[in-house]
Design a protein around this ligand. Structure first.
Ligand code: NAD
Length: 358
């Protein structure tokens, strides 16, 4: 049976394809912006400068200080600089960190953000912002932070290292997985989720084998777009709760953490999410068990498979389980402390998900 459901479409403008960076000045003009601040992380300063050069007089400056989880002090500096320069918009080029910084400015000053994503994290498709202060990350939803225009140019992803490509891609698949069993999923969201997961699962082995394969890079970015849109449209469950706790409490790296946890969280939820399992089975090439396939995919991609190798100590399991069991939230299967702790122990050790061993 179809429905009942309520579907809200978020505004979305996407310019996609190799060489689409050349359309950036037109996109900025289209929004009526005359002085944009270009944001990127320190490692991508050269890309930020390249973008500023392409914008010519429309670029008011470059701030290459974006960092994971948007520390408040970086957000303050960026907001002050935007005000000082009289910026009327931002162009965020990079991964979720650069786009997150643009969102932090938009949240306070309301300046429109043009996003040029160079990873597969998907932040550009969501109205979700995050700010970290004293080791605590606050997040919220606000339509003002949703980028007004997004340019996906796969040429800009050719430099994304194999490891980061693999984990960032699986991070995107995680949005699709949780979108498929989200309480607010709709048939349209599910279409995007299945197609996004399919595109990424097909493209990632090719991307890891040859990072300069533009065709594979384009397919991965297409998948990332769809998965990001799913993230923006739905409420995430157990998997994202656990990753949020692991990132926020232990400062574990974002995309690798998602990669390790995903097969475990999906294995936990699979018995209670048959429609999601069916969609993921199709997306992953007709496999009988999507969680097992994602666990094996991580291995084939050479991605990390244990939280231990990301720096977590096993005695931290109860501390991480706590926020995932503290307050109720929508999840296909009831979330029990015992279940979550077993899940985390297996993910810590890098074992096959516990639910698949029976
Ligand atoms: P990131 O933005 O921190 O990038 C990781 C590293 O890769 C950085 O050093 C960056 O400079 C480098 N990099 C990025 N693109 C590159 C390229 N093409 N070539 C070479 N190097 C490149 O990592 P991320 O995983 O994209 O983003 C993670 C952050 O985004 C986290 O803080 C996460 O919470 C946030 N996020 C937010 C949302 C949201 O909806 N608000 C969604 C997803 C992620």
């Amino acid at each position: 049976m179809i429905g009942p459901f309520t579907h809200t479409a978020l505004p979305m403008r996407v310019v996609f394809g190799p060489g689409s960076l050349a359309a950036l000045p037109d996109e900025v003009d289209r929004l009526g912006l005359q002085r944009v601040l270009v944001l990127c992380s320190p490692e991508q300063q050269a890309t930020g400068e390249q973008v500023a050069a392409a914008l010519g007089a429309r670029a008011a400056g470059v701030l290459a200080e974006a960092r994971m989880h948007v520390p408040v002090e970086v957000a303050h500096r960026a907001r002050e600089l935007a005000a000082e320069l009289g910026a009327d918009g931002c162009v965020a080029v990079g991964g979720g960190s650069a786009i997150g910084l643009g969102k932090a400015i938009a949240l306070e000053h309301g300046l429109p953000v043009v996003a040029v994503p160079t990873t597969y994290a998907g932040s550009e498709m969501t109205p979700v912002w995050g700010l970290t202060e004293g080791g605590v990350k606050r997040t919220g939803r606000d339509l003002r932070v949703l980028p007004a225009s997004v340019l996906y140019d796969p040429e800009l992803t050719l430099t994304l290292p194999a490891q980061l490509s693999a984990t960032s891609g699986v991070n995107a698949i995680a949005h699709a997985v949780e979108g498929l069993y989200a309480p607010d999923a709709t048939p349209i969201v599910s279409l995007m989720a299945e197609e996004g997961a399919r595109a990424l699962a097909a493209a990632l082995p090719r991307v890891v084998a040859d990072g300069t394969d533009l065709d594979a890079r384009g397919e991965a970015q297409y998948g990332a777009w769809l998965c990001g849109a799913v993230l923006g449209a739905t409420t995430m469950s157990l998997h994202h709760k656990l990753c949020h706790a692991l990132g926020g409490t232990l400062d574990l790296p974002h995309a690798p953490t998602h990669t390790v946890v995903l097969p475990h969280a999906l294995a936990y939820n699979q018995p209670a999410a048959p429609d999601a399992v069916a969609a993921l089975s199709r997306a992953l090439g007709g496999v009988p068990d999507p969680a097992r396939e994602l666990w094996e995919l991580a291995g084939r991609l050479g991605a990390p498979r244990s939280l231990a190798e990301l720096g977590m100590r096993e005695e931290e399991v109860p501390r991480i389980a706590e926020p995932a069991v503290a307050a109720p939230y929508a999840n296909p299967r009831p979330v029990t402390r015992e279940g979550v702790e077993r899940l985390l122990h297996a993910a810590w050790a890098g074992e096959l998900p516990e639910a698949l061993r029976r």
